[in-house]
Design a protein around this ligand. Structure first.
Ligand code: TRH
Length: 384
């Protein structure tokens, strides 16, 4: 175990913020909680800067939170065994530089090599987690590592101090009000139902905003700049820029700046309901302990609907309004196809107290699987 001191993590940003969001979170945790010397290789510093404003978008190499960040461009040149870390992680099966792989093969002992895969609730991951993949030419073996929701997977990313930080924040109404006041949330909005909205552009946002506008109870919807821009702009009647807000009927919509990653957690913690998407915000919503709705990343041939159903099957249980609403939010066929958004929302709202209870039970269940970084390190130790 004590031989595993250095770790290199390779991340290519395919789109959006999830790739770098996950890698940055993992890199920091491995540095902070496992004492590793971590280098994060990332090809897109602009996206990285959006979730971490300290990032220097022009730097070839920089140190952030104890992690060395290297701008991954065309470093396909010569690597020597001395350049190679003890643990090498490729995120989402990225092709790491061929010269680096050649150098890995010359190391003695060989580095532990992982392909860290995407999160899905489907059962097949249990059979693939930890599987080996020998290199076709070199004396190297890669292992698949799958995050997941069961003890037979790598678990979920979760920092050791997260639960304590969340509990103390949520037990302080003043802390939550102060935090939201930074974005212009008024005391009256603070007392309303507060919802964060993070989704892909095809979500039926306008339909939901209409329902909330006509609702009996006041609701405040906080939406990061650039998200659901068309629908938000239509509601505001003005450009959906950070700082913009409007109230119509029972609904206030506020456009927030895209906040740094740790602040995004606090935003989720401070609200009553969170609409999240992709992978990382989806997991953070689970750790927030509040009701949430997931907009899943769309895939060809509606493969994402299968993944959504797999998750709902594990999570929703008796929460039929949550399942129905989630399927419709994602455009997936459901039995209750005829219900309009008003009926869907009313049923959802009634079930929110039960959803909050479910969130707490789910957290305990997920924690019992161990956290991803610790599971990864424990597995790595068995390979050296
Ligand atoms: O941005 P996403 O849609 O990312 C991804 C990518 O599309 C990726 O290619 C795909 O594989 C994956 O989804 C499934 O959603 P995600 O995963 O939730 O990542 C968003 C990140 O941005 C997350 O780390 C939280 C962070 N974030 C902030 O830091 N501040 C903010 O204001 C917001 C809204 C998000």
């Amino acid at each position: 175990m004590n031989q595993l001191r250095r770790l290199d993590l390779f991340c290519r940003v395919v789109d959006n913020y999830g790739d770098i969001g996950i890698c940055w979170r993992l890199a920091r945790q491995l540095r902070r909680e496992h004492g590793l010397a971590v280098t994060l290789w990332v090809d897109d510093l602009v996206s990285f800067h959006r979730i971490c404003p300290e990032v220097d978008r022009a730097a070839a190499s920089q140190q952030l939170d104890g992690v060395i960040v290297r701008h991954w461009r065309d470093q396909d040149g010569v690597f020597t065994p001395a350049d190679v870390a003890d643990i090498v992680i490729e995120f989402f099966a990225v092709d790491i530089p061929p010269g680096y792989i050649e150098a890995m093969a010359q190391c003695e002992p060989r580095p532990v090599w992982f392909n860290l895969e995407g999160l899905t609730a489907e059962e097949w991951v249990e059979g693939c987690h930890r599987l080996t993949s020998p290199h076709p030419r070199l004396p190297l073996t890669k292992h698949f590592f799958f995050p997941g929701f069961t003890g037979k997977t790598g678990g979920l990313l979760c920092e050791s101090e997260l639960d304590q930080a969340r509990r103390s924040f949520q037990s302080s109404p003043a802390a939550m009000a102060d935090f939201l006041a930074r974005f212009g949330v008024t005391p009256a909005e603070m007392a309303s139902t507060k919802v964060t909205l993070f989704c892909y552009p095809h979500a039926p946002v306008s339909a939901l905003l209409d329902v909330w506008t006509a609702a009996a109870q006041p609701l405040t919807c906080l939406v990061p700049e650039g998200v659901a821009a068309e629908a938000v702009q239509a509601f505001l009647g003005a450009e959906a820029k950070a700082g913009a807000s409007a109230t119509r009927g029972a609904l206030t919509v506020r456009v927030l700046p895209f906040v740094p990653q740790p602040d995004y957690d606090q935003l989720l913690w401070a609200c009553d309901l969170n609409f999240v998407r992709g992978e990382d915000s989806f997991v953070r919503a689970q750790w927030a302990g509040r009701p949430f709705v997931w907009h899943i990343y769309p895939q060809d041939e509606d493969l994402h609907h299968k993944k959504l159903r797999a998750f709902l099957q594990r999570y929703a249980g008796e929460l039929n309004a949550l399942a129905e609403f989630s399927l419709r939010w994602n455009g997936a066929p459901t039995a209750g196809e005829g219900a309009d958004w008003s009926a869907l929302w009313q049923a959802f709202e009634r079930q929110m107290p039960a959803m909050a209870q479910r969130a707490a039970a789910w957290q305990a269940q997920m924690r019992a699987n161990g956290d991803l970084a610790a599971n990864l390190m424990a597995f790595a130790a068995t390979l050296r």
